[in-house]
Structures are given as C-alpha cells and as structure tokens.
Write a protein that binds this ligand. Structure first.
Ligand code: LRH
Ligand code: MN
Ligand code: MN
Length: 430
C-alpha cells in the first residue's frame, strides 16, 4: 500500500484555488494549437508519460569546497532521502524513480529499501558507482586513478566495486549502471595518455562482462575536475570510442555541465543517437563548468534544443531510443525539494515545447534551405507558453498546480526539522 508524505486533501484544496485559471489558459492554448494543426490531447498524453529520475544525493544541501550551509530538516539517511523524493514526485508527478549512489547511500537491507520505495510510489533508476573518492578502510587508494590506475590491485578493487553496484542494482530492480571516473592527470607527462586509456578499457571490459543481458553500462564523460590537465574519459569522442570498444550494451551518458565551454551539446545528442550510443542524461545547468545549477535556470533555450534533438531521435529511432533521464544538481542555496520540482518543471517544459515543433514544416524548410523559416519553426514552438498544459497534467495525476506554494503550505520541511537529526556543517574553507 502506498503511503505518500503530503496530504491529498491539502493538494486538492490548493489546486481548487487555481483550477479555474488553469482551465481558462488551457482552453486558450488548445485553441492556439488547433489553429496550428496540433491536437492538444496527443501532446498531453506524451507529457503525462514523460518522467525524469532524481538523484538520492541531490536531496541534501550541497556545498562547495569552501563551505556547506545545511538547512534544518535535511535527510540524514537513504530512507529519509526517499521520503523527500516522494514529495518531489507527489507534487510534480514527473519523477517516479530515484538514482542511488554507492557507497554514499548506506543500506542495511536492500529488499526492505525496495519495499520502502514502493510504498512511497517510487522505483530505482541507474545505479551510480563511486571510485572517485577513498572510503574509510579501503585497501587501495584512488589518489592516482581507479579503472585507469597504474596499479593492478587498485584497478581490481574499482572493478569489484562496480560489479557490486550491479548486484545491488539487481536487488533494487535497476537495469543501468552509470560509470563516471575522476581518473586523469594534473601535469603534462604525469601519465601516458594512450596507456591510461588502455588500462581503463581493460578494466571497464571486466565490468561490462558482469552486466546481465537486460542491463546497460552508461559511460559519463567529463572534460575536467578533479583532473585539470587531462581526463581519461574527457569528451563524447572518448566516450563513444570506449562504448563502441566495450560492446552493444555500453552507451554514452551526457551530463550537461561536463563539456568544454560553448560546445554544441544538441549536436552531440544527434551524433550519439546516429550511432546508437545515446544512453542517458544528467540534467543541470551551467554558467562556467560543472556548476550543477538548476536545470533551465541559465540556458533554457539550450535545454529546448537538446529536447528538439531527442524528439527528432525518438521519431527516427535507428537502432532504438530509450535514454535514461536524470537530474544531477547540487542545491547550495535553495531547499533541494523546491529546486528539484522547479527543475523537473523546466525539463518537462523543454520536452513539451519540442513536441510542438511542426516537424513537417521544419524538414521542408531544411530541404529547401529556407533558413529563416526553419529557425522560425523552432522559435514558434519555443515561444509557446506550455505551463497550463503542464499544470493540467499534474493536477490530473494528483500533483500540484503550484508545486512550490503547495509544498510550502504543507510545512513538510518544518515538520522534518522537528523529526530529523541536525546535519553537520561539512566542508570548510580550504
Ligand atoms: C561528476 C558527476 C557524476 C557523479 C556526480 C556526483 O561530476 O556529475 O555524475 O556521479 O557528479
Ligand atoms: Mn553527472
Ligand atoms: Mn558533474
């Protein structure tokens, strides 16, 4: 039996105040779309079916290497994190899965955790492994790398951790393993750039060999940080070459903050899809680097263009199309629940707008090289206010028309601040 954290009566009461306005705006949007030959019910169904996973680690206040400012009522363990994820899903109706990170998430009994999640209306998404930090009591340090380490015993330890993550994932009902490594160098000459990739590929092949038939291994590239001169899997080129070397079940994952400045990420989406290697996304936004800012807070147009390629890819599936979508953000100055709901909204907004693109008109303009018409076709969709559609979908599914206002009215965080232990201050000035 599901047991959701926010009272359904409160959501209904909050929605009642806003329903009339949503219906008016929805009717106007429906008329506008009908004039453009779009049936709003078709779009509504797709929007209703769309979902994005939330990261277990994003439910706590993040921080920087300078400081972390916790808030009262933050989750202190995986069970409390799940409860917060259930709030995000209950109000947004768009985030029914949680992506865990091991060993950050400490679990005694995986079957019990799975039951807990089910009772909260949640499932599990990709398992994230962690060989970018040392853990207390660990035999071999990752100071000089993990899967690409020059030390065979360290590589073996990193492989064993990833295989353990697959075993955990089986118990939780997951089918994807996301592998991001911090391996790389800070100095020219520190490591041989070719041999370090060889070592990575050999170790990754051992993980790949342990994947069940219905699992995928998602390689997440990142240009820099923690390594500042070279990273072993630095870009989508290294990522797709590694994925092609490893095999069919290995795909590439795009984290929006992991690229060189000004890289055309939507083109990377199209390229990876062309070669059946598009495995998934970590959504966030970026001003300077891997900032992990809220999705759509800096560049919502880029998010729209990414979804434009995704909708195009879905309609032209080539080898298949089933990317795994996840939010990967650090919430340093906001309540993480509010940030995650607002980000889910930005992501679904970008997806909905991409669904509104008149694809026939776009393709015709592209074929005839009518540059302005092609651009305006995208622009028309981007300019459409889809918020009444999203609000209607949420209300239909039991979610909140105004997620933030309803969350605040529920006083969830205030209640948790009474119930939960205080979180420590964390990282200080370095
Ligand atoms: C690396 C990364 C990767 C990690 C997460 C915590 O920057 O994006 O996805 O697992 O952050
Ligand atoms: Mn990421
Ligand atoms: Mn990152």
């Amino acid at each position: 039996m599901t047991h959701l954290p926010i009272s359904a009566d409160l959501i209904a009461e909050q929605n009642d105040k806003r329903l009339e306005a949503v219906e008016e705006d929805y009717a106007a949007l429906s008329r506008k779309l009908t004039r453009n030959g779009i049936n709003i019910s078709d779009v509504r169904q797709k929007v209703s079916d769309f979902s994005v996973a939330v990261p277990s680690w994003g439910t706590g206040r993040g921080g920087t290497r300078f400081a972390k400012f916790p808030i009262p009522g933050e989750p202190t363990n995986i069970h409390e994190k799940l409860e917060d994820c259930a709030v995000i899903n209950q109000l947004s109706q768009a985030t029914p899965r949680v992506s865990p990170h091991f060993p950050w998430d400490k679990v005694q009994d995986y079957s019990a955790l799975r039951r807990d999640a089910e009772a909260l209306g949640l499932g599990f998404d990709a398992i994230n492994s962690n060989t970018f930090q040392d853990q207390p009591g660990q035999s071999h340090s990752y100071a000089n790398g993990s899967l690409a380490s020059t030390d065979a015993a360290t590589r073996a330890q990193a492989v064993a951790h990833n295989i353990e993550c697959i075993e955990i994932g089986k118990k939780l009902g997951a089918t994807d393993l996301t592998v991001w490594v911090g391996d790389g160098t800070n100095f020219p000459g520190q490591q041989d750039l070719g041999r370090s990739l060889d070592r990575y590929l050999d170790a990754a092949a051992e993980i790949y060999a342990a994947l069940p038939d219905d699992w995928r291994m998602l390689l997440e590239h990142k240009m820099f940080e923690p390594a500042f001169y070279s990273s072993v899997i630095s870009d989508w080129g290294s990522s797709i070459l590694a994925a092609q070397t490893l095999g069919e079940k290995c795909k590439c994952l795009i984290d929006l903050g992991h690229h060189a400045p000004n890289v055309n990420i939507e083109q990377i989406v199209a390229r990876l899809h062309r070669f059946d290697k598009l495995g998934g996304f970590h959504f966030n936004d970026s001003k300077y680097g891997d900032d992990d800012l809220d999705s759509g807070s800096i560049n919502p147009h880029q998010l729209f263009l990414v979804f434009n390629e995704l909708v195009e890819a879905e309609r032209n599936p080539r080898g298949g199309f089933s990317p795994s979508y996840m939010i990967d953000q650090s919430h340093n100055v906001t309540d993480p629940i509010e940030s995650m709901m607002s980000s889910a909204d930005a992501i679904v907004t970008a997806y909905s707008k991409a669904l509104l693109v008149d694809r026939d008109a776009l393709h015709a303009a592209q074929e005839t090289n009518d540059v302005m018409l092609a651009f305006q076709t995208l622009r028309d969709a981007y300019k459409t206010d889809v918020s009444p559609l999203l609000a209607a979908v949420r209300a239909d599914k039991g979610g909140a028309i105004d997620m933030i206002a309803t969350y605040r009215a529920s006083q969830y965080r205030e209640r948790k601040s009474q119930e939960r232990a205080a979180v420590g201050l964390g990282a200080g000035i370095v």
